[in-house]
Design a protein around this ligand. Structure first.
Ligand code: ADP
Length: 193
């Protein structure tokens, strides 16, 4: 990977598109942290007896938690020293407001998201993958009716971000239906420009 390759990255794509898998590999190869708002929220829900129940209601239904909460989480996380040389955001931003909040908080730090990696995948392949995941991971929001809702939430709230990043040339669209290795290769190629 060239030294000038983008290192402040966002991963976009529907539930089941492989964001977590690709984020982990990129994190290892680039030596920068992968930050998953879903993982952070699930950990908070487990740890926080006072507010955990409130979080659970959003997570179990596949609803987005309030913007103010996730924006605060990300604002704090991006102040950690391990993000100095770059980071990969998995699951944030997830709507237009979060996208704008991210750009303006980074502007204050004189940084910028350099690329949004969009994992493009058609609905039938998604449903198949998530059916497999429910058997393996047993996440409470991988029940079929919640999965269907998470996909609807993605289509309604998250897809406008594709245009948001495309408009100013930051979008890298990756065909994400093939095996993880192949998808990873395409990402590296796109990042190398
Ligand atoms: P997936 O991408 O497969 O839906 P995630 O682990 O990214 O899974 O997200 C799981 C859940 O966590 C979401 O359904 C939502 O309730 C919550 N969540 C994660 N990221 C955000 C975010 N940026 N804004 C609001 N809610 C979020």
């Amino acid at each position: 990977m060239k030294s000038g390759a983008p290192r402040r990255l966002v991963l976009l794509g529907p539930p089941g598109s492989g964001k977590g898998t690709q984020a982990a590999r990129l994190s290892l190869e680039l030596g920068i942290p992968a930050i998953s708002t879903g993982d952070i929220l699930r950990a908070q829900q487990e740890a926080d007896t006072l507010h955990g129940g409130e979080l659970r209601r959003y997570l179990d239904r596949g609803e987005l938690v309030p913007d103010s909460l996730v924006i605060d989480i990300i604002r704090h996380r991006l102040q950690d020293p391990d993000t100095k040389n770059g980071f990969i955001l998995d699951g944030f931003p997830r709507n237009g407001g979060q996208g704008e909040a991210l750009d303006s908080m980074l502007e204050e730090l004189r940084r910028r998201i350099e690329a949004a990696i969009y994992l493009a995948i058609a609905a039938p392949a998604l449903v198949e993958r998530l059916r497999h995941r429910i058997a393996v991971e047993q996440r409470s929001d991988d029940r079929p009716e919640v999965v269907a809702h998470r996909i609807d939430v993605y289509l309604a709230q998250t897809t406008p971000l594709i245009e948001y990043y495309r408009r100013d040339g930051r979008l890298l669209e990756i065909a994400a239906e093939q095996a993880p290795d192949v998808v990873y290769g395409s990402i590296l190629k796109a990042l190398a420009g």
